[in-house]
Design a protein around this ligand. Sequence first.
Ligand code: PMP
Length: 367
Amino acid sequence: MTTIYNFSAGPAVLPKEVLQQAAAEMLDWHGSGMSVMEMSHRGPEFMSIIAAAQSDLRELLAVPDNYKILFLQGGGLGENAIVPMNLMGRKPQPAIADFIHTGSWTAKSIKEAQKYGKVNVAASAEANGHTVIPSRDSWTLSKDAAYVHLCTNETIDGVEYHFAPDVSADTGDAPIVADMSSHILSRVIDVAKYGVIFGGAQKNIGPAGLTIVIVREDLLGHALPICPSAFDWKIVADNDSMYNTPPTYAIYIAGLVFQWLKRQGGVAAMEQKNIAKAQLLYDYLDASDFYVNRVAKDCRSRMNIPFFLRDESLNTEFLTQAKQHGLLQLKGHKAVGGMRASIYNAMPIEGVQALVSFMKEFARAHT
Ligand code: PMP
C-alpha cells in the first residue's frame, strides 16, 4: 500500500500516534466509561484533561507566569474581531491599531479591525506581491497605538518572520499582537516579546474549533462594551476558559499533541526538524528550472511552501499524479494558484523526501 503524506494547509496532518491513542480511548477514556465527547466540561475527568493541556503548552512555549493561556472558539478570523474588541479600549476612542501588511491573512485582519477602530497600515509588502517581510526600519508606527498587529507566518503567501520585532522605541506601550495560527509550536519563540499570541488549532495543534490565545495579564480588562462576554479575555481568563462550554474534544486532542511534542524533545527539537524539512524542499526548488518559489530567501516560511510549475498547463497532471503517489492536498490556495506544500510539525521528513522524489521524476518526464 502507498504511504500517504498529507500536505494540507489546515485542517492538517496530525501525528499518527495521537490519532491511534485517541482511537483507543474513543469509547472509554481512562476507565471512566465515557468518551471525552460525552463528559461534562466541569467534571473531574475533563478538568484534568484541560489542566494538563494548559500546563504542557505553558511548558512547551516557556510561557511566563504573567501570561494567561485561553482556550477559545472562533478561529483566527474570529480573533480578527476579538483582538480589537479587547484592545482598542486601552486608548481614548476612537483608538488606532497599527498593522504590518504581509499577505492574505493580514489583509483580512485589517479589514475586520476597521469595524472597531482606526487602522494604520504601518508597512506593506503588497507592491512586492508579498514575497518579503517589510524590514523593521521601514515601519511607520503610530505614536499611541492600542496595539501592533503582525501575522508571523502567512499561510497562503509563504512568508515568515525570522525575527521578533521590538516596537517600544516608536510606540511607547503598544503590545505586539501576533497571529501565529500556522507556525505556533514550530519554532522557539520568546513569548515576552509579544502582548498577545493567537492561533487557530487546525494546523500545528489539533482539530479545528479550538483557538489558543496567550495574553499578558495587564492587557486584560480593556474590552469595548460591545464585546460579547464569551470573547472578553478577562472574563474567559477569570473562568479558566470555562465561561462557556469550551471545545472539549479539540482540547483533548490538542493535549495529546502537546504530550507528543514533549516526547519529540519539545519545540527546540521540532524546530531543527522543521529547518531540515524546509531546506530539503527549498534547495530542490532553487536548483530546479522546472519549478519556482518566488519568496525572498530570508523571509521564506518553514511551514507553508508555495511553488509554481513554470509550465502551468501541467498543473492538473501534476496534482493527479501526486495523488496517485500518495501525496495529497498540494493544490495552492486559489488566491495565488500553483502548488503549496504545508509541512507542519506532524509531517515527517520522509514525506518531504517523497515529495521531492516525485517532483524530480515529474520534471524529468516533462522536459
Ligand atoms: N490566520 C492565519 C495565519 C491562517 O492561516 C488562517 C487559516 N488558514 C486564519 C488566520 C483563519 O483561521 P480560521 O479559519 O480558523 O478562522
